[in-house]
Design a protein around this ligand. Structure first.
Ligand SMILES: Cc1ncc(COP(=O)(O)O)c(C=O)c1O
Length: 389
């Protein structure tokens, strides 16, 4: 008899990642047009790489840093939070993490006990759901209002709160919909959190990528929220540094040591070479961020123009943030988004992500990314036009 690996229920319950599955299947398709990843195709700017190289040459990167990250980096983060997020932070309230994702995971591990409920608007970033499951918590999905651009349904959020509810996790600007939540809605959500003593865990990975006059708002800028919010940010999206794996979170100084206890067993500290790269990113002029933003904006416009030509196949609202959009599939076969996306890949040569990966109300949609070159978008839509005829 051969022994079977005895995998935990916690992990074996987690479904396979649709994004990784589409990536795997894409490798079997010749000349594929690839719109599946939320990863910028631009390279990290040179001045950031130079910061890392200089630190390596000076022999600074071979050891661990403090678990919470280099103090010089945390000081720069404090300045950035004041300047760009209107958040009055202190160094003791910052923890440098392995991308936003490890910060989110550590935050969830620090808050959630088995059986605790965590509210998340749906559709939402699939990894948030997996993190709650890994912590043996229960994700509670609350549909967003699609007709109004996937905004929060505050009343429905209130309605699902129970004594077991611990937190609300959400991202703005949103993956997969590109929705930028309005300050007014976020203030209402903050009130709900305060009234019920819930923690808001925010994922602000796309904070700099907003368009059409929409502005990102950080709930941590509301002074009364001090003890009720853990805000997660990243360098990886802002500066095209996804491979460097460096981000940070901000929380009350009483909460930080608890999150640190979850961070250490998984990471000890964020990669040190990447912390120096992040330091160079923050200490330099921010022009590169504006350049990325303009590129995504014009790529979004190209994508929307091309989608307009397929208006019998897709319906969509222009996304005002992130570099992702989430059209609704109008064809009958779109009811099963996984089958639809697999067929579109195999027969049409275009890799997208099925909407069901982003929660129950994601069904009947697909996610497409515009963090690619305009040529890639044209190639994908040329293929789709001939596929859908
Ligand atoms: C909403 C959101 N949060 C976090 C991440 C991961 O960010 P990081 O690379 O900083 O871990 C992603 C990546 O796609 C994302 O879309």
């Amino acid at each position: 008899m051969t022994n079977k690996p005895r995998i935990s229920n916690r992990v074996s319950r987690i479904p396979k990642s649709a994004i990784h599955e589409m990536t795997r299947l894409s490798k079997e398709v010749e000349d594929v047009a690839f719109l599946s990843w939320a990863k910028p195709t631009s390279d990290t700017p040179d001045h950031i790489k130079e910061g890392a190289i200089a630190a390596m040459r000076e022999g600074l990167v071979g050891g661990y840093t403090e678990n919470a990250g280099l103090s010089e980096l945390r000081e720069e983060i404090v300045k950035k939070l004041k300047r760009d997020n209107r958040v009055d932070a202190e160094v003791s309230q910052i923890m440098v993490t392995v991308g936003a994702i490890e910060g989110l995971a550590a935050a969830v591990m620090a808050l959630v006990d088995p059986g605790d409920e965590v509210i998340m608007p749906s559709p939402t970033y699939s990894t948030h759901v997996r993190q709650v499951i890994i912590a043996s918590g229960k994700p509670v999905f609350v549909p967003t209002i699609e007709e109004e651009g996937f905004i929060l349904d505050i009343q429905r959020i209130k309605d699902v709160i129970t004594p077991k509810t611990k937190a609300i996790v959400f991202c703005t600007p949103n993956n997969p919909t590109g929705t930028v939540l309005a300050e007014r809605q976020l203030r209402q959500l903050a009130e709900v959190a305060l009234e019920n003593n819930l923690m808001l865990i925010t994922d602000e990975a796309y904070e700099y990528f907003t368009y059409d006059g929409y502005e990102h708002f950080s709930v941590a800028s509301i002074p009364e929220m001090r003890r009720n919010v853990i805000s997660c940010y990243t360098f990886t999206k802002t500066y095209a540094m996804t491979g460097w794996r460096v981000g940070y979170l901000h929380a009350d100084e009483e909460v930080i040591p608890q999150i640190n206890k979850a961070h250490i067993p998984f990471a000890i500290c964020a990669p040190v070479v990447s912390q120096y790269a992040a330091l160079a990113a923050l200490k330099s002029p921010q022009d590169c961020v504006q350049q990325f933003r303009s590129h995504y904006l014009s790529a979004r416009n190209v994508m929307c123009e091309r989608l307009d030509r397929l208006d019998s196949v897709f319906a969509y609202d222009k996304p005002h943030g992130s570099y992702l959009m989430f059209p609704k599939i109008l064809l009958d076969e779109g009811k099963d988004s996984t089958a639809f996306c697999k067929k579109l890949l195999k027969k049409g040569g275009v890799s997208t992500t099925p909407g069901i990966a982003f929660g129950p109300t994601g069904q009947g949609h697909l996610r497409i990314s515009f963090c690619v070159s305009e040529e890639e978008i044209s190639k994908a839509f040329d293929k789709m036009e001939s596929y859908f005829g």
